[in-house]
Design a protein around this ligand. Structure first.
Ligand SMILES: Nc1ncnc2c1ncn2[C@@H]1O[C@H](COP(=O)(O)OP(=O)(O)O)[C@@H](O)[C@H]1O
Ligand SMILES: [Mg+2]
Length: 316
């Protein structure tokens, strides 16, 4: 079997905070194959950043092993670190360096000299060429984020980890960033991404892991997760002055608080729409408007997290 891009074996990490013990990772295992575009999803505090920090050797797990392309992050730290490019969640920089200086320093950290051709390529790909001489302090948040991406890539790492790279980044820039990351993935790089934007994960990631309270509660191909957990949603607005929704239908539907006379059904099967519409007709309700939303990762995620499956043990 080919060596995994990232292999995480039974990793646990407990933070001690004041007198409390916070189990940030509890027996986490996963394997990511070379060339995958993998999503690490979960609510705030789920342990995503801690897992990434352990992969990058920035944080020591209490138990378990992590290998990056076969290199143990503890016993072969330098080789493991060299195989990785990490775009961190927090923007931390020395404000007085210029963009080019930051990238040259990072190259030096990896022992690479004369890296300017590649640095120029990165700057061009990230639309930063005319900012090369600007000090970090003068850049907007979105531009700083792009410099972080360039910084993660100066040593051409085969495995790239991005921790919430598009948080607070405007739509146009997000699109540009994804185009670039997609290209890296097509060129053979393994990409691991955490994001709050589930439509982004749905569009990009072949597989996703859902994390919650330091555990992986689902690990599936994205389309499998959507098929298993997402529902069709039917939204109906009743006509003003018509019959109100009868009690038996109220039991199936939820009112949308922000819209008057508007009700939402979540349906396991699209075909259930027929019986809802028939019941509405029989009850004398008139429809003013109706829409159907197909299953997506966002609804899969919500129903997975809410219906109890995400609260218990991992499903295999
Ligand atoms: N350095 C730290 N010291 C104490 N607790 C921490 C530290 N880093 C993270 N935690 C805690 O560990 C848990 C997981 O955090 P984190 O990995 O940042 O989650 P996520 O990235 O999924 O939002 C949270 O409860 C968080 O408060
Ligand atoms: Mg985080």
């Amino acid at each position: 079997m080919a060596v995994s891009a990232v292999s995480v074996r039974q990793v646990s990490k407990i933070f001690a905070r004041a007198s409390q013990r916070v189990p940030a990772l509890q027996n986490v295992s996963l394997d990511i194959a070379p060339g995958e575009f993998f999503g690490l999803l979960g609510p705030n505090g789920a342990g995503k950043t801690t897992l990434i920090s352990c992969m990058a050797g920035l944080c020591r797990q209490d138990q378990g092993q992590i290998h990056i392309l076969g290199h143990d992050t503890r016993t072969a730290y330098r080789d493991a670190r060299r195989a990785l490019g990490v775009v961190p969640q927090e923007l931390v920089f020395d404000p007085f360096f210029s963009v080019r200086e930051i990238l040259q320093l990072q190259s030096g950290y990896f022992g690479i000299r004369k890296n300017d051709d590649w640095i120029d390529e990165l700057l061009a790909a990230l639309d930063l060429t005319d900012k090369a001489a600007s000090s970090m302090r003068s850049l907007s948040g979105g531009m700083k984020r792009r410099v972080l991406v360039a910084q993660a890539l100066v040593h051409r790492p085969p495995v790239i980890i991005l921790d919430e790279p598009t948080a607070g980044v405007d739509v146009a820039l997000r699109q540009g960033l994804w185009q670039f990351i997609r290209r890296l993935n097509r060129d053979g790089h393994t990409i691991i991404l955490t994001t709050h934007y589930l439509e982004e994960a749905e569009a990009l990631c072949g597989r996703v892991a859902l994390m919650r309270s330091g555990q992986i509660c689902a690990l599936e191909r994205t389309e499998t997760l959507i098929r298993q957990f997402a529902k069709h949603r039917l939204t109906v607005r009743l006509a003003d002055g018509g019959h109100p929704l009868p009690a038996v239908l109220m039991a199936q539907a939820k009112p949308l608080p922000e819209a008057p006379r508007t009700w939402l059904w979540t349906l396991d099967q699209l075909s259930e729409i027929e019986s809802v519409l028939a019941s509405l007709r029989e009850s004398g309700c008139k429809l003013e408007d109706m829409s159907i939303t197909p299953p997506d990762l966002e609804t899969a995620f919500l129903s997975f997290m809410n219906d109890g499956a995400g609260k218990g043990e991992r499903r295999d």
